[in-house]
Design a binder for this molecule. Structure first.
Ligand code: PBG
Length: 339
């Protein structure tokens, strides 16, 4: 049967490149990208095996060069993840608030070199404590909430003192956004913003990141039990309603930006937050999402450029205003080249 009298033919609005561009609803721009960088104390950049194309950048020799490249591509926001040397890891993770710690020095150097660069930080104890957990672990294996928040506030203030623009708590302790807001305000940092990891799921997709920082939960012992995963504080991937509860709390507590993490497998959560708040929403295309795309591209199974841009469009279409992505520089260049 040949269709007749079809008054509505959606294909009319897709009939040429000009028309398609005119009706495109979602447009990527590097202005919305946040580039996560790993920094270490050594003299050379060290490639991260599970994240091809990403390095642990040398604080002395690699970090500034890499950020300069990002800026040249139009990416002017970074989030800094320091790799703490093993000998500085302690049970309470106090290196997290050392005023001369690698994180603090990196933040200062970035802001001194590029005053208009927007520098985000990570607040959580996992790269700094011997257990590989975002909070302090008691000997019976309990990840302590309120005691951890006390330290997170010190970490946040030390990052603000170093010059950070946006403090990003990724730890999922209860009440930390309000406590950090108060601690920042008490120290006069009323202009320092908070991007909360509001809906951070207990995801398998963080694996490569934990390799990069050697920050995965450690095996415990008879005397000191250590939970093998983060299910006690990160959200259950099966849950949807719970993200609305977390979002309501973070907004009340003073978050400026709310994040969903991971991004690609959680587009419904991005949409849920977008529709339930007027705050900007960010989404983190995490290490595992990056590594999957890289691996498929390297095997010749996917066209890397097209697959990456599609994944970033999907995240934005779902409602993300900002996207954290290890592909920030490549994607910015691909966008500049046009289609
Ligand atoms: C630290 C933190 C993690 C990530 C960002 N901040 C790891 C974790 O929670 O275990 C993951 C980012 C990524 O996978 O790219 N709390």
């Amino acid at each position: 049967m040949v269709p007749q009298d079809l008054p509505s033919r959606p294909r009319r609005n897709r009939r040429s490149p000009t028309v398609r561009k005119a009706f495109r609803e979602t447009i990527l721009t590097p202005d919305n990208f946040i580039y996560p960088i790993f920094v270490h104390e050594g003299d050379e950049n060290i490639p991260i095996g599970s994240m091809p194309g990403q390095d642990r950048l040398s604080f002395k020799n690699g970090m500034i060069k890499q950020v300069r490249e990002a800026r040249a591509a139009g990416v002017n926001q970074v989030v800094v993840f320091p790799k703490t040397p093993d000998n500085l890891k302690t049970a309470c993770g106090k290196e997290a608030f050392n005023p001369n710690g690698l994180a603090q020095r990196s933040i200062s150097l970035l802001k001194d070199t590029f005053p208009d660069l927007e520098v985000y930080t990570d607040v959580a104890l996992d790269p700094y404590n011997t257990m590989g957990h975002d909070g302090m672990v008691r000997s019976d294996g309990v990840v302590m909430n309120d005691e951890t928040v006390y330290y997170l506030c010190q970490q946040a203030v030390s990052q603000a003192r170093a010059g950070a623009d946006v403090i990003s708590p990724s730890d999922m302790m209860d009440g930390r956004v309000g406590a950090i807001r108060q601690a920042l305000d008490d120290e006069g940092f009323t202009n320092v913003a908070i991007m909360s990891y509001t809906a951070k799921y207990n995801s398998a997709y963080y694996g490569p990141f934990r390799d990069a920082l050697a920050s995965a939960p450690r095996p415990g012992s008879e005397d000191w039990k250590i939970p093998k995963d983060k299910a006690e504080y990160q959200m259950d991937p099966a849950n949807y309603r719970e993200c609305l509860r977390e979002a309501a709390l973070d907004e009340q507590e003073g978050a400026d930006i709310m994040m969903v993490k991971p991004a690609g497998a959680y587009l419904d959560i991005i949409r849920a937050l977008r529709d339930s708040t007027t705050l900007p929403i960010s989404a983190y295309q995490v290490s595992g999402e990056y590594s999957m795309l890289k691996a498929a591209a390297a095997a010749g199974y996917l066209n890397e450029r097209d697959a990456v841009l599609e994944s970033l469009i999907a995240i934005k279409r779902a409602g993300a205003d900002l996207t954290l992505t290890y592909y920030a520089i490549d994607a910015a260049k691909w966008i500049q080249e046009g289609n």
